[in-house]
Design a protein. Structure first.
Length: 418
């Protein structure tokens, strides 16, 4: 791929849209590529990678911009200082003033910046992480969050085994390895396009982060049980739960969004599952929920959250979320957890999970729930996973972190109704 003024223009136009933070970055990138079908696969890869690099490193890049914080300067600083493009390559887009400025930008000593700037975190998030994690863990954690995520797949155990899928992917020239923890996980190097691969088309594989897969093994649904995925979204975890149930029993996929449940339908058709029942609900207080009170064996609550554990994939979230939005979410999370718990029968299991790093969305929500619902007791995540031959050092409550486990950051508490 040759760097051209046209490619720079596409990157700058898209970055300007993304930096308004009106909509999620991945959605804006997809929309832009749909509108500009003339961009080839390599061009799209360059534009997307450059824009996401700016989002990941925006604070330290800003220090290089000498007070002129424009999309153009952020982009040039990224290309020159982070992506290693030399002056000769960039000359096709540089003005004389920019040539002079870039020499200074490259000389900025990032290690001398204040910690939050150096680690590319907003001040409020940096302060919360410092309060939660050991001092020697902050830098590796921030570095892990600032790395692009690998592509993880989940093998659909109804249709294939992991060994045969690995063999097929490697035969097709895709460097694939088993994930270290999930028995169904496969990790790919790079970002190959999989939507036209026969294994994807026939439902043998789905894209799903390894951390997300482990939530299904924590819930551990069995054949013939009544189970609910309380905040199903587009159904990644629903499909895993259905496969673990061998498509037997009844699995409800609840969500408040018709749009999200519509995205589940083609995935469900590919999966070969026949036990999934997608149900749109108005809220956690919907009459459809009340009718099932005390009847379900297992309920998974992957609660709506800040998403700050997914910064490897969604780096815009650290600039879009605020302390106020996190406080609002924790109120909503408490209400959703209490409603989901009402479905669980005696002896049944409830898993509360988020892809957030923050105690306000995790421990605080669970502790308040346990205080109000003494009939629920916490079970050890490490023990539950260990009995399924998943060896992971995660403690009583599952805490996954990118620099320790190579996954998105997840939290999960497993509770059983006494």
């Amino acid at each position: 791929m040759r760097f051209t003024p046209a490619l720079f223009h596409h990157s700058k136009t898209l970055l300007s849209e993304v930096l308004r933070f009106d909509f999620p970055a991945d959605r804006l990138v997809s929309d832009y590529f749909r509108q500009h079908r003339e961009l080839g696969h390599a061009d799209r890869g360059f534009v997307a990678e450059t824009v996401f690099t700016v989002l990941r490193r925006k604070r330290s890049l800003s220090a290089r911009c000498a007070g002129e914080l424009t999309s153009r300067r952020l982009l040039l600083a990224t290309l020159a200082c982070l992506q290693g493009m030399n002056r000769r390559e960039l000359d096709v887009v540089l003005t004389e003033a920019e040539r002079h400025w870039l020499a200074h930008a490259k000389a900025v000593q990032i290690r001398e910046l204040p910690a939050a700037e150096r680690l590319d975190l907003p001040d409020w998030l940096y302060e919360l992480l410092v309060a939660q994690f050991a001092a020697d863990e902050i830098e590796p954690l921030a570095a892990g969050l600032n790395q692009p995520a690998p592509l993880d797949l989940r093998v659909n155990s109804l249709k294939a085994g992991r060994a045969e899928v690995l063999e097929r992917l490697r035969a097709d020239g895709l460097p694939a390895e088993p994930c270290p923890y999930s028995p169904l996980g496969i990790r790919l190097a790079g970002k190959p396009a999989l939507s036209k691969h026969p294994l994807f088309i026939d439902g043998s594989i789905e894209v799903q982060d390894e951390g997300s897969q482990l939530l299904g093994f924590l819930l551990q649904p069995r054949r013939g049980e009544m189970v609910a995925d309380f905040c199903a979204g587009a159904g990644g975890k629903t499909l895993l739960l259905g496969a673990l149930m061998r498509s037997q029993g009844r699995l409800y996929a609840f969500d408040v969004s018709d749009q999200r449940l519509a995205r589940l339908k083609p995935r469900l058709a590919r999966s070969g599952l026949s036990n999934v029942h997608p149900v749109r609900i108005d809220s956690e207080r919907d009459i459809k929920i009340k009718r099932l009170a005390g009847k379900l064996d297992r309920v998974l609550v992957d609660a709506p959250c800040s998403g700050l554990g997914t910064l490897r994939r969604n780096p815009d979230l650290k600039w879009r979320q605020t302390p106020e939005s996190v406080a609002e979410l924790s109120v909503k999370q408490a209400a959703i957890l209490a409603a989901a718990a009402s479905l669980v029968k005696k002896g049944g299991r409830l898993v509360y999970a988020t892809c957030s790093l923050l105690e306000a969305e995790n421990e605080a929500v669970v502790q308040a729930f346990l205080t109000q619902h003494p009939e629920f007791a916490v079970r050890s995540a490490q023990e539950i996973l260990g009995k399924q031959e998943i060896s992971i050092d995660c403690g009583e409550r599952l805490r996954l972190l990118p620099h320790r486990h190579g996954t998105d950051a997840f939290y999960a508490a497993t509770m059983e109704r006494q």
